[in-house]
Write a new protein. Structure first.
Length: 188
């Protein structure tokens, strides 16, 4: 009890002396951000089409996140690698990977290797990808279910680091656009 009184007395004393007892950490790299380079209008919050993740993100006016686009087959475009790739689930539940050039046209894979693990954590499915013409196709189909957590591992060159894309593969049809939820481009 004596300790609580001491703490309460200390906080009151600090408040009376004008000390700021509240602290809020800066968001992102705000402390390192050079505010003199633009006007106050640059901090207006905008919602971009690329932000369909279910939560708001701050974006500076004039900063273009780009629109969310579907791949040539109607799949999800993965932009964390160059060249970008389209992740598409076929009607037979196989995964089809198509590499894309800067204009979004399919190109042949080079030395890239991919693997996927997903589904039930107690019994996950592990997929490898084989080259079939200019696409990579999974060696087996996905397990049943419309919402599967997946981790796609991408290695662009044999000596390069592995890049991992983690997402929920929601195979339900989007109610407002022509794509499956995992590749949805609308703002519903």
């Amino acid at each position: 009890m004596k300790q609580k009184k001491y703490l309460l007395t200390s906080l009151i004393a600090l408040s009376l002396l004008g000390w700021n007892t509240s602290y809020s950490a800066p968001e992102g790299n705000e402390a390192d951000y050079d505010h003199s380079a633009h006007s106050d209008d640059a901090h207006k919050v905008v919602k971009t089409k690329a932000d369909n993740s279910g939560h708001d993100q701050d974006a500076h006016v004039g900063y273009d996140h780009g629109e969310t686009k579907a791949g040539p087959n109607g799949g999800r475009i993965i932009t964390s690698v160059e060249p970008h790739l389209e992740f598409f689930v076929t009607e037979e539940r196989f995964i089809q990977i198509t590499f894309l050039d800067d204009t979004g046209k399919p190109i042949a894979p080079r030395k890239q290797t991919l693997s996927l693990i997903g589904g039930d954590r107690q019994n996950p499915v592990r997929l490898r990808f084989d080259r079939k013409g200019i696409i990579l196709l999974s060696n087996q189909a996905l397990p049943e279910g419309n919402n599967l957590p997946v981790i796609l591992s991408i290695k662009m060159e044999p000596e390069s680091k592995t890049i991992r894309e983690k997402f929920n593969l929601n195979l339900s049809q989007c109610p407002t656009c022509d794509f499956r939820e995992y590749a949805c481009i609308c703002e519903h």
